[in-house]
Design a protein around this ligand. Structure first.
Ligand SMILES: Nc1ncnc2c1ncn2[C@@H]1O[C@H](COP(=O)(O)OP(=O)(O)OP(=O)(O)O)[C@@H](O)[C@H]1O
Length: 368
């Protein structure tokens, strides 16, 4: 039975410096939950509060309904995987994985069974007699993962576990980690500053900045409907353009400043008032490029392009003086030459609209 984690208005102070001030979130049983944010935003601090390496200056952290604030780390029944593997260099793979079980005085026969099973789960059973020095980074991280899970913790915590691996191995290991987590069904909190990694592994993501949660949601929902300008630019690429709301009620439109292009939006919140200045955010892959000269849209000139195989990445200078990036997939793979004058359109559902002053989203409803 997996458990939930409930973080309720927690406060973390280092001396007089408050780095987390009243943060709340809940992780569902069995969920793969990621804390994502730039360096220094408080991800590691929060993770260390969950496992008990950091004190808590306010609020509560509960696991399976039990308040953990004053429970020592060794009594919390949590496993942790660190960035630097932290496996014992003088012990074989098998002994590293068995370590936590021996500490718990489990029968040697049962230890052997559980270690063998766990090494199969993380797919390194053929390496059980090797010493860590003879393992690759990815293999060492599998040992660390096996060692964390073999004790059957209620909660698995991972702090940037892939950052010491090269790019190819990182991609391979992130799908391995996700598969293993689903197989063992342990509530997991994962810390990363890599947005692509977070999108790839998580059931849900909490995007943090400055100790504050900016948005919690499923990867696709956060990508499609960022809650504010910070999330929009931190996750994936976004073109931000100034714009304005026109009209009222159900017939509201947004226009792009310095262009004659406007589009009807049926999902604006009540706060999007007539003539309200806004920030419009459009993903590079959501613009459509037209070369026929007759389509109404935002005019621009292709400055340069990079052919990426599946897509072509265009740098476009718009009529309003802004520069944007557009990713386009053409069936015929014809690249539009530099210097071409094009018009751009975007389907209303792909436009995100943010309040100019606060940066918060003015879109209502679920992402489609
Ligand atoms: N032991 C400490 N004493 C004092 N301040 C600390 C301590 N640990 C972290 N901080 C501060 O708390 C803030 C959050 O740090 P934290 O390490 O949690 O961020 P992070 O999001 O995990 O960043 P990174 O990805 O760089 O590890 C930072 O401003 C950091 O300088």
């Amino acid at each position: 039975m997996s458990v939930s984690i409930d973080i309720d208005h927690v406060v973390k102070k280092y001396g007089s410096n408050t780095v987390i001030n009243g943060l709340s979130l809940s992780v569902k049983p069995g969920e793969f939950f990621t804390l994502l944010g730039p360096s220094g935003c408080g991800k590691t601090t929060l993770l260390r509060m969950i496992i008990g390496f950091n004190s808590i200056e306010g609020g509560t952290i509960s696991v399976g309904g039990r308040v953990m604030n004053d429970v020592s780390p060794d009594k919390r029944n949590m496993g942790m995987v660190f960035q630097n593997y932290a496996i014992f260099p003088h012990m074989s793979v098998r002994d590293n994985v068995a370590f936590g079980l021996r500490m718990r005085n489990i029968l040697e026969k049962d230890i052997e069974e559980r270690v063998d099973h766990m090494l199969k789960v993380v797919k390194i059973d053929h390496l059980k007699d090797r010493m860590p020095v003879a393992l690759s980074g990815g293999q060492q991280q599998r040992v660390a993962l096996a060692r964390a899970i073999v004790i059957r913790p209620e909660v698995l915590l991972m702090d940037e576990p892939l950052s010491n691996l090269d790019a190819k191995l990182r991609i391979e290991m992130r799908s391995a980690i996700k598969q293993i987590q689903k197989k063992v069904d342990i509530t997991t909190v994962y810390v990363t500053h890599d947005q692509e990694e977070a999108l790839a592994v998580s059931d849900r993501i909490a995007v943090m900045n400055g100790g504050i949660i900016q948005q919690i949601g499923k990867p696709a929902d956060i990508y499609k409907r960022p809650a504010n300008v910070f999330v929009s630019t931190f996750i994936g690429l976004s073109n931000l353009l100034d714009g304005r709301v026109h009209g009222s009620g159900s017939s509201r439109r947004v226009s792009f400043d310095g262009t004659s292009y406007e589009t009807v939006m049926d999902n604006l919140s009540a706060e999007a008032k007539d003539k309200e200045p806004v920030i419009l955010s459009v993903r590079p892959e959501e613009f459509d490029i037209h070369t026929d000269g007759g389509t109404a849209g935002i005019r621009g000139e292709i400055v340069s392009s990079i052919f990426l195989g599946l897509t072509t990445h265009y740098f476009i200078h718009l009529e309003n003086g802004k520069d944007i990036e557009v990713l386009e997939t053409r069936e015929d793979h014809d690249i539009i030459p530099d210097g071409s004058v094009v018009t751009l359109t975007v389907k209303p559902r792909f436009i995100n609209v943010f309040h100019k002053a606060s940066g918060t989203s003015l879109i209502e409803g679920e992402p489609s």
